[in-house]
Write a protein of this length. Sequence first.
Length: 209
Amino acid sequence: IKPRSPVAGKLREVEDVVSLVREMVSGGADAFSVLTDPDNFGGRAEHLREVSSLGVSTLMKDFVVSAEQLEFAAASGASAVLLILRAFKLGLTSFELRDAVRAAHDLGMEVLLEVYRPEDVREVLAYDADVIGVNSRDLEDLSLSLGRARNLLAMIPEGERWRVVVESGIRSHEDVKPFLEMGVNKFLVGTAIMSSGDVASAIRRIKGG
């Protein structure tokens, strides 16, 4: 649920998030990433509560820098929360990454721990994350490369790839195929779906249906 992109601009006016989610479910969406950052993505806190109330799996996608945000996610019914490894390495947060992962688990949520630089991939397995996010976009210069994502994925042992989700830049089933061949079957897709006039059909196309 991504109303706006810092790169592409406005993607969609989300007036009825419940109906939108139901359309996505009909297209085969398995879980929902809900942006709660209003400034960069046009997200709304209430969207997380509304989507979670439908009984679907939800990820709170935001720049988490404090324990209070984790508490908000849990209170809103989120199944999981996004943590960006590099944000913790750069000292942009008010707590340590290991403490953040533990706190999320204590609140009953899973953790998607995201990386987008090679030096971070080497560290990601040291943390008790449930899902590893490999982002095709470098969040510091906003450059996008599916090839870079494949290179990052190649650094992750094959036995760990079942818990990898590829993020950013996926627009078609052709984009998905190389990752499937590398042992990944989870993809977080925002812009390609949210900018489509028919979200259900967009999801089916990406899944190869």
